[in-house]
Design a protein around this ligand. Structure first.
Ligand SMILES: [Zn+2]
Length: 531
């Protein structure tokens, strides 16, 4: 992750306190080089204190100490934390903290249970291969799993023994990276313990578009937090400016971070994690909108999460969904007026392409293509209404944050100079992002009604194509009707006339034939010349 990440890595010691056990398990070396005054002296004094009090610390032949952290109180009191090795093997449960005064004289100590870790032999009688197979069998919840055994001295219960500590890595229920650690006695083969190698975490994101947000992350076995959403399965990666056409789900670099605080809240940021914060958070909002509004579990309704790429291409002022890689791709904007394409309605739009693809699968050309685009604009906008963020106030402007003042609008789509307000025989010949205007205009009329009005500070004026006056039923009801139409009644070749029929069928199912809702849907279609 470039210069930002390396500067984060240098603060690993302080940030990884909560993850110390996991850090040791993965054999990560923490640099002891430091510019903190008195740190090196404190470490040297602490080593001497342990050697001088070998019996107290259970510090015998074959052992070594690895510095993990140093804290110096305002009054100079020093707390030096060590991990322990025996014959070069990590001692699990052999960690200790030396407390000493400002001059380095031993005051006290805190020791984990495994304080005397000598074992009879460091040669296992159970081979690594057999251990690996056994660990795989012991972690049945993980699919596509591989396992990696390593030899340790396990002393967490106070009795040191030679053990295999095997990390099983694969995919969890939501398709997210998942792992389990299985520890077995390397002499008898008996299982000692097992636990998840990853932990759900709650990170702080300084987003580009919506201020400081909470994001769901995962604490990995290497002690670093990753932009893996353990609830929704979403993985957010840096595409490293690879173009959209060259990306697949395995491309790019997973975002990781030592302190679980991400981004700097700026547009066009040099901190590559900033756009990732918005992408990760906004994909979660979209996932939750579909789940809490329609009971849909993810794009394919199978509970699995997608991969999200940020920093795709160079000055790529776009975003897209790819079925082939089951991923969303977002560019950095044009670099001057348009920042990174990761705002909420944009992310909702792209993820909705996945939903459409998994359901009606509207062909991406002609009128069905316009309906496909309109569906993404509608639900992308509805996610914004669902999130109801104070900074990104809900509106009927699409991509207003990343393509200011807006890319498309619902009340009168033709205001962009390209989109259609009304159906005509030729509408299917337009680009799908412009033939979508008919559907978007219908959505506005059915939700809010025709004429002029101000909503959340923005003034809209929606005309009708047939001179009628339409009264809206609210966007939540219209979205509900549209979702049912999309998932139950539309097919790959549905055109605008078919969409009218599909949405009226949906309105009939939900509210009854001849209900106010049914009539509003019909009137709005007529008002955009779809009879
Ligand atoms: Zn689109």
């Amino acid at each position: 992750m470039g210069p930002t990440s390396s500067s984060r890595r240098r603060t690993l010691t302080a940030g990884a306190l909560a993850a110390t056990a996991a850090l040791v398990a993965a054999g990560v070396q923490v640099s002891t080089a430091s510019a903190v005054p008195g740190r090196d002296t404190a470490i040297a004094k602490a080593r001497a204190n342990v050697a001088r009090n070998a019996e107290l610390f259970g510090f015998g032949a074959g052992q070594d100490l690895l510095v993990k952290d140093v804290l110096i109180d305002p009054d100079g009191t020093q707390h030096v934390r060590f991990d322990r090795t025996y014959q070069g093997l990590p001692v699990i449960g052999g960690d200790l903290v030396v407390h000493q005064d400002a001059r380095g004289r031993l005051k006290d100590s805190t020791r984990a249970k495994g304080h005397s870790p000598a074992v009879r032999s460091t040669v296992p009688s159970v081979p690594a291969q057999a251990t690996a197979a056994k660990a795989l069998a012991a972690a049945p919840g993980i699919s596509s799993a591989t396992s990696q055994p390593r030899l340790v001295v396990w002393a967490a219960d106070g009795t040191a023994r030679l053990a295999w500590q095997t990390t099983v890595s694969g995919l969890g229920k939501q398709g997210q990276p998942s792992g389990r650690v299985v520890v077995t006695d390397a002499v008898t083969g008996a299982e000692i313990e097992q636990f998840d190698s990853e932990h759900e975490a709650s990170g702080t994101g300084r987003s580009e578009y919506t201020g400081t947000v909470t994001i769901d992350t995962t604490l990995q076995s290497n002690g670093l937090y990753a932009l893996i959403d353990p609830t929704r399965g979403t993985i957010t990666k840096d595409a490293r400016n690879v173009s959209a056409s060259s990306l697949n789900a395995g491309s790019g670099t997973l975002y990781t971070d030592a302190d679980n605080i991400w981004g700097d809240g700026r547009k066009f940021s040099t901190d590559r994690a900033t756009a990732a914060v918005d992408a990760h958070a906004n994909t979660a909002w979209t996932y939750d909108y579909y789940k809490n509004t329609f009971g849909r579990n993810g794009i394919k309704n199978d509970g699995k999460g997608a991969t999200v790429f940020v920093h795709v291409g160079t000055k790529w002022d776009n975003a897209q969904w790819s079925d082939a890689c089951f991923c969303m791709m977002t560019g950095d904007g044009d670099g001057t007026t348009d920042p990174e394409q990761v705002d909420l309605d944009t992310m909702g739009h792209e993820m909705t392409h996945g939903v459409t693809s998994a359901t009606a699968n509207l062909r991406y050309s002609g009128e069905s293509g316009g309906l496909n685009e309109s569906t993404s604009d509608i639900f992308g906008t509805m996610v914004e209404w669902y999130a109801n963020n104070g900074i990104d106030t809900p509106d009927y402007l699409f991509s207003d944050q990343s393509t200011p003042p807006w890319l498309r609008r619902f009340d009168k789509p033709s205001l962009d100079g390209r989109s259609a307000d009304c159906w005509s025989r030729k509408v299917g010949q337009l680009d799908v992002h412009n033939s979508s205007g008919v559907g978007n205009h219908w959505f506005f009329l059915a939700s809010e009604g025709s004429g002029s009005r101000t909503i959340n500070g923005i003034t809209y004026n929606s005309p009708t194509c047939n001179g009628s006056t339409v009264t809206g039923i609210g966007n939540q009801k219209v979205a509900k009707i549209w979702y049912r139409a999309l998932t139950v009644y539309m097919t790959s070749t549905t055109d605008y006339k078919g969409a009218r029929t599909a949405s009226l069928n949906a309105a009939k199912d939900l509210y009854g034939s001849g209900s106010a809702e049914y009539n509003a849907v019909a009137a709005a279609w007529s008002a955009v010349s779809v009879a």
